[in-house]
Ligand binder design. Structure first.
Ligand code: R2B
Ligand code: URA
Length: 302
């Protein structure tokens, strides 16, 4: 872990009892007993939608002998469930929303692990989501090797007085390989590649079907081809920030698992049927759970 990048000035005071930490958008604080069982957390799984979080938690509870599910009371921003060592939390759409969820989850993880950096580094983080494929058909699950912004540079934020804050978008190779290994027999089309996070579903993803249209067919195809030639295989809206923040604290186990809903080289509109969308979404969950089972559940016979 990169301890110098952790906000000890604020977070150590929580551990020392000087002040609580209020995870405002999750509706809980470090003083709430609801967090007690979460001290055992081994994985934190994020997804865009709250519905998905509830389905994931139900599945993981059933896979663990109907393990009890803890639900945070506030659900108007993010939906959260904890069961059998895994904290599932929604993050909404886009980096401004997901960064709020992630910063509060990182603070919560620090508190839950009592500031023990070795224990913290054992926690596996994942975002499971949807994306537009770049040269891949709908229904392909992409494991991200790197998260970049639309200009193929890493995530950055405005630093009002002096330029920008920059982050490292790499996803750890060993975790990616472990997920691939856990899914070798899954029968799900799995690819690895770079992922672009757009700040906008339409304009920063060069769609021509938005209310605003600022690109032509030629500029769109030039951008998409540049992405493809640079090793990008899908486009979504959070990964560059998520990798950047987790790298900033120095976590070593995290991944992004996103299914493609369409091939952006062939179009802009998501025309897959509800049944296809459901299957695509299930597949990315299967890839996650195969890994969680291989890494968190005791092997047969133990
Ligand atoms: C993928 O899908 C959402 C937009 O439809 C967004 O959250 C993302 O990254
Ligand atoms: N999510 C995105 O951000 N882009 C797509 O094309 C599909 C899903």
């Amino acid at each position: 872990m990169e301890t110098e990048n952790i906000n000890h000035e604020f977070l150590d005071g929580v551990l020392e009892g000087h002040h609580p930490d209020v995870y405002y958008h999750f509706g809980v604080s470090s003083e709430d007993a609801i967090l007690d069982p979460l001290r055992e957390v081994k994985a934190i799984v994020m997804a865009g939608s709250g519905g998905r979080i509830k389905e994931f938690a139900d599945f993981w509870s059933a896979a663990n002998g109907d393990s009890p599910i803890v639900a945070f009371p506030k659900e108007d921003r993010f939906v959260t469930r904890y069961t059998a060592g895994v904290l599932f939390a929604s993050h909404g759409m886009g980096m401004p929303s997901a960064s709020i969820a992630l910063q509060e989850l990182m603070r919560m993880a620090f508190f839950l692990k009592d500031g023990d950096l070795d224990a913290l580094d054992e926690v596996f983080w994942a975002r499971v989501g949807t994306s537009g494929g770049v040269g891949l058909p709908g229904g392909t699950v992409v494991l991200s090797s790197e998260g970049l912004m639309a200009d193929l540079r890493p995530f950055r934020l405005l630093r009002g007085l002096s330029g920008e804050y920059w982050f490292d978008g790499a996803f750890p190779e060993a975790t990616r390989q472990a997920i691939l290994d856990a899914n070798a027999d899954a029968g799900i089309p799995l690819e690895t590649g770079k992922t672009v996070a757009g700040n906008e579903f339409f304009l920063e993803q060069y769609r021509l079907d938005g209310a605003l249209r600022l690109e032509s067919h030629e500029t769109k195809m030039t951008w998409l081809q540049w992405l493809y030639d640079s090793g990008v295989r899908n486009i979504e809206m959070e990964g560059a920030m998520i990798a950047g923040y987790l790298n900033h604290w120095g976590f070593s186990k995290f991944a992004m698992i996103c299914t493609t809903l369409l091939n952006r080289l062939e179009g802009d509109q998501v025309t897959a049927s509800p049944e296809e969308l459901h299957r695509y979404s299930e597949d990315s969950g299967v890839v996650l759970f195969n890994y969680l089972k291989s890494s968190l559940l005791p092997a047969d016979g133990e």
